[in-house]
Design a protein around this ligand. Sequence first.
Ligand code: KDG
Length: 312
Amino acid sequence: MPDFDIVGLGEPLIEFNQTRPGQPEFLQGFGGDTSNAIIAAARQGARCAYLTRVGADVFGEQLLQLWRDEQVDTSGVMIDPQAHTGLYFVQHGPEGHVFSYMRHGSAASRMHPEDLRHDMVERAAFLHVSGISMAISGNACDTVFAAIERARASGGQVCLDSNLRLRLWPVDRARAILREAMRMADIFLPSMDDMRHLTGHTDPAATLDWIRDAGASGIVILKMGRDGAVLDDGRNRHLVAGMAVEAVDATGAGDCFAGTLLARRARGDDWAGAVRYANAAAALSTRGYGAVQPLPTPAQVEAFLPGGAGAR
Ligand code: KDG
């Protein structure tokens, strides 16, 4: 039995989230897509570890404390005395949320394949990585591919979230690298928004066809926000409906979906059940500000799901 259900790899960030549209009032919290996903999974009871680099600064210490508080193993977190921990601001406008980053040259962007804790990747049932993990620098991208190779060689499953951030890399490079990574992934979690930029398609069926033609052969779950998600297992596709909530901030909802999905798979749910549960968790995560603070507990998800987690 693996020591970890899920090991995540990527960049954690300090978050400043605007709490009143148009006003210069920001709530300090935590972000970073793969870190958010790992915390979402740990809150659901999964055994998790996170692999990254943080700066030798106050923000790096706060992140380490956060993971310890959330029962996430930090033995694969390196501390870089020569670089800072990255941060970002979230502002809310009519088009949704807008991210402004201060992460260039961050500690995480200095990750190298030689530093990777291969042993921890080998000891996990799932490796979770994302487009952001690969976009932050060339050496971080190499580190992600090294981890993917290692997970595959040791029988782990690779989960890839598209998380496209065009502020971090040009669309042609993003498409080429994500295409390569999605071929190697056992589970690919694209969002409809990301895929529109990569493929030009606005229709879920055409988008899924593009993904299959590009060589993805594992499970593909196309996330469509409040409209739910399409589960494509390579033979059949079906829509798992979204759940309505009064949302205030969608930051990290996709990460919550990813982490919760893997946590439920690790517990033995079938795909449809895990997607249904993860949809509910992701909806709940939009009811508060910030990527981490509103991530739900199992009791909150159970109470929200009609008929409980086992119902269809
Ligand atoms: O999905 C939410 C993340 O985007 C947020 O926490 C910040 O990781 C982040 C990023 O790089 O955009």
